[in-house]
Design a protein around this ligand. Sequence first.
Ligand SMILES: [Zn+2]
Length: 282
Amino acid sequence: MTTARGDDPWTEVGDRVFVRRYRFYDQDIVAVLGDGGEVLLVDTRSSPAQAREILDDLRTLGAGPVTVVVNTHGHYDHVFGNAQLRPAPIWGHERCKVMIESTGEQQLAAVRAQVAELAPELTEVVLDPPDQLFSDTATVDLGGREIRLAYLGRGHTDNDIVVSIPDADVLCAGDLLENGAPPFFGDGYPMDWPATVEAMLAMVGERTVVVPGHGDHAGLGFVRSQLEAFRSIASLASRVDAGELDLDSAIALAPFPAAAAREPIERGVAQLRGELEVEATP
Ligand SMILES: [Zn+2]
């Protein structure tokens, strides 16, 4: 799974903004090149070996060492390669660091148990959270190019950020958006997710390239359709909570296949009942 064979090569989706779509988890990794040879990398994949694969693949772009890293959120498939990118500074939301510190070992144990093919590579993982932290917005100077980071609210986790490259009109959405598969709600906040994507939509124009955490890059129409799905989930959860619908009926009405709809609606109901706040990180 760590072989590059079968992965799409880099695609330049905007001026010196490259996306590589890895077959493992159908994940998108983004590299932005600065005017003076600087390289910014968005996310570091699931293991040190996978991170080294990114570094090998960057050589095909003629890119130098990675100078800045951004973590879109604290899930293992976005951060377990972090240590391989040092000494580059790593940017992330302040709760991304908290998530890695408080759940990293649990995530490691869970993925080791659940993803057999990855287990041998996980022995090498060193948890290495972001050290450049922010709460709302931050700007990174990439050799004359301005990269904007923004936290827009809770959604897929409590620490998702978006990365915008205004001079190329590209927006990296992390796992707030997934293309081709239902988004993962296991750590999500279904009642907040629609407002977070509305805030993202305000950053997306007719020609903006939107890169999700997984699946093909897309544009405005894709963001709108995902927003409709999130609104539908929140509405169904509200109706279940109010006693207007039973859970199975809500699942049947959901915009995702039944197997993928139960967790979002159940978590939405749990959020409405205040049950997610106890697990919320400070
Ligand atoms: Zn995720």
